[in-house]
Structures are given as C-alpha cells and as structure tokens.
Ligand binder design. Structure first.
Ligand code: GLC
Ligand code: CA
Length: 536
C-alpha cells in the first residue's frame, strides 16, 4: 500500500503559523520550532503553502522564482533544514506547485514583456485586442476581465487570477520542460510530493474560452508523471474545483499514471448559487451527505479520495458546518472531525483546525486583507450592493477567516509573534490556543490525535467498504465501514437538538465518542453527539 493511503496530511500556511524573528510574519524557522508539536499530533506529512520568492500579491501564490525562498520566510538553508528536521521525525514534506501562472515579477515574464522577440514571449499567453477591446469574454476568478493590456506590444496577456499573476502558456513545450526540470530539482532536495495549485486549468484553450478540464490536461499530467513522478514514492494531489467522480478517476486511477488524488470541492460549492461563493442558498444537509456518499461509493478501486473541510481559501469548518458558540464549539468540531476522518481517503487538517479555531468577522473594508475579498467588495460596491450585505458575504466565505495567525499560548498575540502580527489574531485566542488544547485531555486536539492513531492502526478506515445507513435523515449522518468481517458504525448528530436516529443497531462497544455520556443505545443522539461503535 502506498504510504499516503493511511496518512494524515497537515497543511501549513507559513505566513500565519509561527513567527521566529518578531517581524509579525510566520517563517520556516518558526515551523521548525513547532515540529515536535506536529509529531505529537501524529501527522504523516506537511503540505507547505508557497514559501518561494514572491512579491506577495496573492500571498505567495504569485511566484517570481521557483527555486529560491522568499526572504520573509527564510533561506534555502532553512528549507533544507526543515526537510531534514521533519524527516527526522518521520514527517514528509509536500510542496505547493503553482504552475498555472507565475508572478509578473518572474524573469520569464519580465523578459517576455520587455522583448516580444525573446523565446520567453511564448511562455505566456498574448493576444491582439478586438476593435480596441479585450480579445474575448474570459473572466478572472478574482473578478473582472482575464485580459490585461500591454502598451509596449499593443497586446493583451491572460491572467485567470490577479493581473500580477500572468498565466503560463502550456501549449509551449518549453514551459513543460522548464517546469519538470524545476520539479526534479525539488525532488532531489528531498521533498516527498506536490500539491498542484489549480492544476485543472493548465489545459486551457483561451481562444475557445475553455479554462478548466481542457483537452490536453491529462496528456500533460501523464507527461509530467513520466518526467518527474514515475517510480518514486511521491504523493501528488491536484486542486481541481470542477472534478466529478468520473473526472477524479481520470486523474487518480493508478493505471493512468497521473496523480495520487485530487481535491474536489462539491461539498464546498453545494450551497453556492451559480458557483458564486458570495451568493449562498440555504444549506441542504441531506444533499451534503449525498455528495460525501457519492464520492465514497463511486471512486471504487479506480481512484483515491482526499478528505477535507478546510484550507487556506475556505472559512473555518466549525463556524461554517458546526456551531462555534461557547456551548457547542468543542463538541461540534469533534463531530465534524469524526465524520471526515472515518471516511475512505486521505484526510487533510488545516492548521488550527485541530484546536477548533473559528471565523472572526470584519466590520469595514480596512480590516480586509485578502485580494479576492477586496476585489469582491469593490465590484459589489460599484454594483450598488449594500455594504452590510457585502461584509456579511465576506465574513461567511472570505479567505482571511482561515489566515488568522495560530495562537500557541494565551499570552499577547497568542505567542505567534513578539512583534505586530501581519493579520490580527482571532478575538478568542486567550481561550482557543494550542497550549490550552494540548493540556486538556478532552480537547479537540486530543480527539484529533485519537482519530489519527485509529487510522494508523486500523485498515478498516483506509480500506473498508462504505455504506450510508440513513441517507434521508434530516439531522443525522450514520455510516458503516466493513472490512474482513468487522463492522464499524459512525453516528453523528449535526444539530443542537436531541434526535431520534430511527435506527436500533446492536453494537458491542464504543471505540470513540465526543460525549462522555454516550452508551450502547443507538436509537437517540444528544446535540452534536458523535460516536464510533464496533458492531455486534
Ligand atoms: C489556488 C490557491 C489560492 C490561490 C489561487 C491562485 O486556488 O489555493 O490560494 O489564490 O490558486 O494561485
Ligand atoms: Ca518572521
């Protein structure tokens, strides 16, 4: 079995993890200081969000040199040190690979722009305008046209994110070679895999306005596999917003030799109106279960799932899917953790999730940091939408929610920094911090530790069959895992009410619960109760 099948991955957003030198920004040395903590949590690998040289228009997802470290994060020596120190603790390092686009400060783009005759021109996507207007209707994912005018050459270049993130031209084989060479050098440095940023966009056909899932996407990935990944123990995970189970199999069926797995976002986008994260409809719990069930059932042996509630682009799960009130925060966060960690696939924990960090609202434009939210605010404002509505949407789904620094202790700025943090911490950090969580036997943190340990010790979690026992129940998720004659039953109450389960299942023992009062009666559940039983 490949190592990543029963592994748990922990995502670090370096800027917000731990600051070692008091400049208010998390850094590589800060991560090294906390490796013992991660080892104690029990995770197998770190996915490190970008630490490469970057002007920071999209917090590092705009890279100006793939092979040097941004000075605010440290040096290449620190990076080598991190790899070594992590490996010493049996923790692997997965790097973020951002090759749909570079920064506009990347030497390739600078050259391409300055000198249209250079061979770097064709590393990017340039088109003539139409009647003094943009070449076509392609839109940036962060709002507005995806085309930016360049006066020098009287042409437009394509950027599917900010205009400081020009898209690479994957129709040019020289781009492939440059990317594969760079990846190979990272593999030689000793890293253990790649998380591939918006990888479903690299097969785009701009002239036909095709962006995701373009016709050459899979051939490119197969070529990348041959050039870099083949015959190595690397883990790869693609970020693929539009993936269906059929599409996910194309990426992750081992026989196709592409990726280990992909991140699919069907559960995340479920309540969006027309795929717009700022426009939500009421949450449909039964539909949410259907999405999870579908992904559990349909990949079969022809693909592999990733499991996540959170990442650096999404709001905090306990605020979005659980209940972040004083009364139920811990209980509902554990319930969400159990739901995810007992499914089939590789679970991801986003930093701070393991202590149940919450969203923190902003009350005006000045408090917003993230470029996506800022763009949305301005566009919505210009459309005449009420400021209250705009801020409400940003507080539900804005990316700053996930990016607030980790509180390590209850002291000033949560011990994250001795300086001024680049983004304010959550208001509740004196209560919700790592130190408090580690010392409390019944904390969310210690519940995550148990879930991770269970996965490492029980193949039923990695390999068992999955069955939803009550797909239409409006408040409960109850599913069963079966492996070599053993049956595990997971029962979860997603509400703050006592509920009847409608099931009466003979069980032998409780393996894990978030409620000290749980018993062997499966007919009722208390608010947010989550129990894992072994069946009789
Ligand atoms: C991905 C990243 C996100 C970034 C975008 C552009 O969606 O997760 O943070 O802004 O790609 O690179
Ligand atoms: Ca720092």
């Amino acid at each position: 079995m490949q190592w990543w099948k029963n592994a748990v991955i922990y995502q670090i957003y370096p800027r917000s993890f731990n600051d070692s030198n008091g400049d208010g920004i998390g850094d590589l040395k800060g991560i090294i200081e906390r490796l013992d903590y991660l080892q104690y949590l029990g995770i197998d690998a770190i996915w490190l969000s970008p630490v490469y040289q970057s002007p920071g228009y999209d917090n590092g997802y705009d890279i100006s040199d793939y092979e040097s470290i941004e000075s605010i994060f440290g040096t290449m020596e620190d990076m080598d040190h991190l790899i070594k120190e992590a490996h010493r603790r049996h923790i692997k390092i997965i790097m973020d690979l951002v090759v749909n686009h570079t920064s506009f400060k990347h030497p390739w783009f600078i050259e391409a722009k300055q000198n249209p005759e250079s061979d770097k021109r064709d590393f990017y996507i340039w088109r003539k305008g139409k009647e003094g207007k943009v070449p076509n209707h392609l839109q940036s994912i962060f709002g507005g046209s995806a085309w930016e005018y360049d006066e020098t050459s009287d042409e437009y270049y394509l950027h599917l994110f900010t205009k400081e993130q020009p898209d690479l031209n994957w129709e040019n084989p020289k781009v492939h070679q440059a990317v594969y060479d760079m990846m190979n050098r990272w593999v030689e440095r000793g890293i253990d895999g790649f998380r591939m940023d918006v990888i479903d966009l690299i097969g785009k056909v701009p002239d036909q306005e095709i962006t995701a899932n373009g016709p050459n996407l899979h051939p490119y990935l197969q070529e990348m596999h041959q050039a870099v990944l083949k015959d190595k123990e690397l883990m790869t995970v693609g970020e693929t917003w539009g993936a269906t189970p059929e599409i996910a199999k194309q990426y992750s069926n081992p026989s196709r030799q592409e990726l280990s797995m992909v991140f699919q976002f069907e559960h995340i986008t479920l309540d969006q109106i027309e795929g717009n994260k700022w426009h939500l409809k009421p949450f449909d719990f039964v539909a949410l279960k259907q999405v999870f069930d579908k992904w559990q059932m349909e990949l079969g042996n022809e693909g592999w799932n990733s499991l996540f509630w959170n990442n650096h682009d999404l709001p905090r799960a306990v605020s979005r899917y659980g209940n972040d009130s004083k009364k139920y925060r811990e209980k509902s966060a554990k319930m969400l953790a159990m739901m995810l960690h007992l499914q089939k696939g590789t679970p991801y924990i986003y930093q701070g999730e393991e202590i149940g960090m919450t969203n923190t609202p902003v009350y005006n434009y000045e408090e917003i940091n993230d470029v996506e939210s800022k763009n949305y605010y301005q566009i919505a404002k210009a459309e005449g939408i009420d400021e209250k509505e705009i801020l409400k949407a940003i507080n539900i789904n804005g990316r700053d929610n996930a990016r607030r620094p980790i509180a390590w202790t209850s002291e000033k700025n949560g011990g994250f920094t001795t300086g001024i943090p680049w983004l304010a911490l959550n208001d509740n950090y004196s209560e919700i911090n790592v130190e408090a969580a580690v010392h409390d036997k019944h904390s969310i943190f210690n519940f995550y530790r148990q879930l991770i340990q269970l996965r490492h010790e029980n193949d039923i979690i990695t390999l068992g069959d999955f069955e939803d026992l009550s797909p239409n129940h409006p408040a409960m998720y109850a599913y069963q895992r079966t492996y070599q004659g053993t049956k595990w039953l997971v029962m979860l109450n997603f509400t703050d009410q006592n509920i009847e389960t409608g099931l009466d299942i003979p069980v032998k023992k409780i393996i894990l619960t978030n409620d000290q009062m749980s018993n062997l009666d499966t007919t009722t559940l208390k608010p947010y109760e989550a129990v894992l039983y072994q069946r009789a």
